[in-house]
Design a protein around this ligand. Structure first.
Ligand SMILES: [Zn+2]
Length: 349
């Protein structure tokens, strides 16, 4: 390769490297670290398909309106596909825990690839309406990372710490083991970790196996699981509870997003929210806020001509409009409106 070509190639690589982080946020806009500008993210992940995950936990999550992640060993799932398919249709995540639950770090690359690829294939063919794009390592041992990245956007280990708002390594995201062999056994253990996550604006990923007496590893009493969810429901303005993959989506999007104000008139403001990520995967709305313009009492917000979730909030006696937008989801228009119109975000509510 000649020198000139080499330099050009380096420039291209440099530019491509920067494109993923081309974050430009126009003043006075702010992007929430977490949806709704909450303080922390919480994900409940369940491994191995232990029977009470379906019989006990799933109905509990449905009752609370929270979403869970089920990391599935595809060779062990013969009797569970129907339940997994239903869970996926209800918005829960079904993702990979390999084909046979091996220690990936003891296998050849060829063997590892079979585990990574075939588990994803089995899940995607049994649950055709969603895509399996995350994995949890059996026994928390990562194998070959570049190989894993060929198939998955993120992977879960279990190092036992609360993740930062942007994890240092998306291919080995820390989780905390729950149940009698883990460090979270009681409600006090849960709330301490949740408060730690809120204090650091972090992400608390929980790892559960057995529930009550279903024979699963490190069982947690269902009563404690319920209490932990009641706590999160009570503190729903502080904690965002969602699947492992949705939290990854949100982080990647808010770290890559550009917010540009393209026009600002007396009764209407137009903005563009864009990123350079693959929209087929990164399709989760992110929360944005800006001060409510002077003399506006209420606001109507459309993205691509569809109404978006919006609220007027007050922070230190200043009013803001807060709304959810899909990056690359089309133009966003904020219009001044009267406070009584139903469906508008109003200062009165
Ligand atoms: Zn496992």
């Amino acid at each position: 390769m000649n020198k000139r070509y080499k330099i050009q190639l380096l420039i291209v690589i440099f530019m491509a490297g920067n494109m993923g982080h081309s974050k430009t946020i126009d003043s006075p806009y702010e992007v929430g670290t977490w949806p709704g500008f909450r303080k922390a993210a919480i994900s409940y992940t369940f491994d191995d398909g232990c029977s009470n995950q379906f019989a006990t936990a799933l109905p509990m999550f449905e009752e609370f309106g929270f979403k869970m992640t089920l990391f599935t060993v595809s060779d062990w799932s013969a009797g569970n596909w129907k339940a997994l398919k239903n869970a996926s249709a209800a918005g829960h995540e079904v993702a990979s825990h390999t084909v046979t639950h091996p220690r990936l770090n003891t296998m050849s690359k060829e063997q590892q690839e079979i585990e990574l690829k075939n588990s994803q294939k089995a899940i995607d063919s049994n649950i055709p309406n969603s895509k399996c794009i995350t994995i949890a390592y059996p026994y928390c041992y990562a194998g070959d990372i570049p190989l894993c990245e060929k198939y998955y956007i993120a992977a879960r280990g279990c190092q036992g710490f609360i993740e930062k708002s942007t994890p240092g390594n998306f291919m080995n995201i820390s989780s905390i083991v729950c149940g009698n062999l883990g460090s979270i056994k009681t409600m006090e253990n849960f709330s301490k970790r949740y408060e730690e996550a809120a204090a650091s604006n972090g992400w608390c990923v929980l790892l559960l196996h057995g529930i009550d007496n279903d024979g699963g590893y490190s069982p947690l009493p269902s009563a404690v699981l319920r209490e932990s969810m009641e706590y999160l429901k009570t503190h729903k303005d502080t904690f965002w509870v969602d699947t492992f993959v949705n939290v990854v989506r949100y982080i990647r999007e808010r770290d890559a997003v550009s917010v540009k104000e393209t026009s600002n008139q007396e009764n209407s403001i137009a903005i563009q929210v864009t990123d350079t990520l693959d929209n087929a995967i990164y399709n989760y709305p992110i929360t944005i806020r800006r001060p409510l313009p002077e003399n506006w009492q209420a606001v109507k917000i459309l993205q691509n001509d569809k109404a978006v979730n919006a609220n007027i909030i007050e922070l230190k006696s200043k009013k803001y409009v807060m709304f959810d937008a899909f990056p690359d989801g089309g133009n966003i228009v904020l219009s001044k409106s009267s406070p009584i119109t139903a469906g508008n975000a109003s200062a009165a509510n």
